[in-house]
Design a protein around this ligand. Structure first.
Ligand SMILES: *Cc1c(COP(=O)(O)O)cnc(C)c1O
Length: 370
């Protein structure tokens, strides 16, 4: 086979690629295999077996040779019913990451993207690729929103898109509702205000009523975390029908395939497991945190999500130490304010026990070395 991998070939074929895309780094994720996967904040438990079987039976009855619903209308209605939201204000895409891209197209190209720092890298990667003017406002030292600084940036003017994760990723911090409200209300009508609620089932927060108050606001939700369906790739926005209609124009026709629609519909008809499992994760998170409360050289940071940060004196060594014990976590130490930090997802009870003993062991080793 001929190879096109030489640098000369690459230089020769990239002339048509926009400079912004060439300058944007790859999504920062390198797949690593390990027995205990705590690196992507997925649910440790799969979609319940009986629901998988029900979904497969339903798939057999559907027409695979036909295009699905143009805009997944049945699914949007089911999401609307579940969320108590007008289906005309629901937009679904293959993962909420796609909605983040579409929101950047909707209000970011040639305009502004405003978010916080550290952040969920998708906001800034999309902004960078689509040539938005990107502003990142540092969080307070405790990882809360710097309300005054956010207000200053909003007052400097849009138009643009404000991305606010609540609870925040990757810190796990949940802001006071009054702080979120102050920032959201400071955004004038030339801003699209996005509250990314990917982890809200673990925090007890819910910004639907704040979104309802004004048509330029939007809540972003996903099946990838508490629903245990990251493999499905499905996310959605809850917003005003007028904003939804414009966002919908950017969604490619037939974007959510028929098999995904079937699984999501089954999930939405049987949602009880989501709350039960989220409660179990919250319980486990607090158990892990109390197991780690005596750490001397490492520091486990509190969290309102299904993951938390561990600050270490040497993140590279700590990452390798955990991986040797079969525990795969995610490094976050290159992000501003997160020096030394690893991000760890909450797993099953056994996995969490293994994590706690490994971190206690590492902590003792660091003690001896000092
Ligand atoms: C995991 C996550 C999402 C979900 O993305 P999907 O594309 O729906 O899997 C969205 N926002 C944040 C901050 C996340 O961590």
């Amino acid at each position: 086979m001929t190879s096109l991998n030489s640098p000369a070939d690459a230089a020769g074929v990239l002339g048509g690629v926009r400079a912004e895309v060439r300058a944007t780094p790859d999504y920062p994720f390198i797949p690593v295999h390990a027995p205990v996967k705590l690196d992507q904040n997925e649910s440790a438990l799969d979609f319940p077996r009986h629901l998988r079987e029900l979904a497969v039976r339903r798939m057999l009855e559907r027409d695979w040779n036909r295009y699905p619903d143009l805009h997944a209308d049945t699914l949007r209605e089911k999401i609307g019913a579940y969320e108590d939201w007008d289906a005309a204000g629901v937009v679904v895409t293959p993962g909420s990451n796609v909605i983040i891209k579409l929101l950047t197209e909707l209000g970011g190209i040639g305009q502004r993207i405003l978010t916080v720092q550290p952040n969920f890298s998708v906001y800034e990667l999309e902004g960078q690729m689509l040539g938005a003017s990107l502003t990142r406002v540092p969080l307070r030292a405790d990882f809360g929103l710097d309300v005054a600084a956010m207000k200053r940036e909003l007052a400097a003017g849009g138009p643009g898109v404000l991305f606010l994760p609540q609870p925040h990723a990757p810190t796990g911090f949940l802001d006071e509702e009054s702080d979120v409200r102050a920032v959201v209300e400071a955004a004038g009508d030339d801003w699209i205000v996005v509250i990314d609620e990917a982890y809200h089932q673990y925090s007890g927060s819910d910004y639907r009523s704040l979104v309802l108050e004004r048509g330029n606001r939007l809540s972003l939700r996903t099946f990838s975390k508490a629903w245990g369906l990251a493999g499905l790739r499905l996310g959605y926005a809850l917003t005003h029908p007028a904003l939804a209609a414009n966002l919908q124009k950017l969604v490619s026709a037939f974007n959510v395939n028929v098999l995904t629609q079937v699984v999501a519909e089954v999930a939405l008809e049987h949602p009880a497991y989501v709350r039960e499992r989220a409660d179990e994760v919250i319980w486990e998170r607090e158990r892990v945190q109390s197991g780690l409360s005596g750490l001397k050289n490492l520091h486990a940071l509190p969290s309102r999500t299904n993951f938390f940060l561990v600050r270490t004196p040497d993140p590279s060594a700590a990452y390798a130490f955990l991986l040797e014990r079969g525990l795969l976590v995610r490094r976050q130490d290159k992000q501003p304010m997160l020096a030394g930090c690893l991000r760890v997802s909450i797993g099953t009870r056994e996995q969490n026990d293994a994590l706690v003993s490994a971190l206690l062991e590492l902590d003792r080793e660091l003690e001896v070395r000092e």
